[in-house]
Design a binder for this molecule. Structure first.
Ligand code: SF4
Length: 325
């Protein structure tokens, strides 16, 4: 799989659409998105809540529940389209080759099992290891994610861990099967700023140490500016702009990305906000879905959907102001 700049992509998503068929109408939660993830990079998917970030992540693992369904697209991973393989094969990939960390570590850990039991269970579910070996490797993992006194804490229960320590345990659990792709969905949202910074450092360390590819989902552009190699900006289930971190953050082109960055820069003064509200995914505006909020909208924006325009080697924007046909 060649990525958008010709490098090998470890994961390549094209034309992905995930809809929810509700009695009130069809919710186009993810509507024709494409992106690549390369070995050893951190791709940040950023957007407001309801922009389709989490549904994108769940789609990659085929964890969409009815009334949701992936209606179209390709997710290429290790030469296979994950949407074409049997569910039994997908279950082997999930948690093994591709692991996911969720926002809330409290609900992801089993309160009646010790931390050590839970990590060794994750490890032995996919790898053939003797119990003693699994325990030794679990303690190593706890050490790696910087949990103090790992031998002692192996035997403790989730309620004996703080929020930040629980999230470290979740990272250790995700790493237990040595995945090549790690998807992290807002993993620091519930944590205070100091702990958040420590977890972000941990992600950067993991990427360096294991050449791990990470998809990091967040609404926080501050986090993105620290962590990302590349960025995809989502709005209303679609990608608005994507590219290398500095290209997108220092030269944002899409009016929505510009709005987000203005909000970030003026956060302390609470001056800027993007006028209007995020679209109703059941009743999306015609044309460019951002047009009701866009100060640069033209007539064509109200009737036609913009395609991608390549600005730099890896910098793409979906806007008629830059071509978009
Ligand atoms: Fe604004 Fe038109 Fe560009 Fe959409 S396509 S962001 S409405 S200028």
């Amino acid at each position: 799989m060649d990525s958008e700049n010709g490098d090998k992509a470890i994961l390549s998503v094209s034309g992905l659409r995930t809809y929810f068929f509700t009695k009130n109408g069809t919710v186009k939660a993810v509507d024709d998105i494409s992106f690549d993830l390369r070995k050893g990079e951190i791709l940040c998917i950023v957007g407001e809540s309801g922009s389709g970030k989490t549904v994108t992540a769940l789609s990659l693992l085929r964890l969409i529940e009815p009334p949701g369904r992936i209606v179209e697209g390709k997710i290429m991973f290790e030469e296979k389209n994950l949407l074409d393989i049997p569910i039994s094969e997908m279950q082997k990939i999930r948690g093994n080759r591709i692991a996911m960390i969720f926002q809330d570590p409290h609900s992801s850990l089993n309160p009646v099992l010790t931390i050590g039991e839970q990590i060794t269970e994750a490890m032995t579910a996919h790898r053939n290891l003797a119990k003693s070996e699994a325990k030794a490797q679990t303690i190593e993992l706890l050490r790696l994610v910087e949990i103090p006194e790992p031998e002692r804490r192996f035997h403790e229960y989730p309620h004996q861990f703080s929020g930040g320590m629980k999230q470290r345990v979740m990272v250790a659990m995700a790493l237990a099967c040595e995945p090549s792709v790690l998807i992290a969905d807002e993993p620091t949202t519930a944590l205070d700023l100091t702990i958040q910074a420590q977890i972000l450092d941990l992600f950067m360390e993991l990427r360096k140490k294991f050449s791990m590819s990470i998809i990091y989902i967040t609404h926080d552009l501050g986090v993105v500016s620290e962590l990302a190699d590349r960025i995809a900006v989502m709005y209303g289930g679609r990608i608005m702009e994507k590219g290398r971190r500095d290209d997108v953050l220092k030269n944002p082109l899409h009016p929505y990305t510009r709005g987000l960055i203005d909000c970030l820069l003026s956060e302390s003064e609470k001056l800027a906000s993007i006028p209007g509200t995020i679209p109703n995914l059941i009743d999306l505006p015609e044309g460019c879905i951002f047009h009701p909020r866009c100060i640069s909208a033209m007539d064509i924006c109200r009737t036609e959907r913009p395609g991608s325009s390549k600005i730099e080697t890896e910098h793409y924007v979906y806007c008629f102001r830059y071509g978009g046909r």
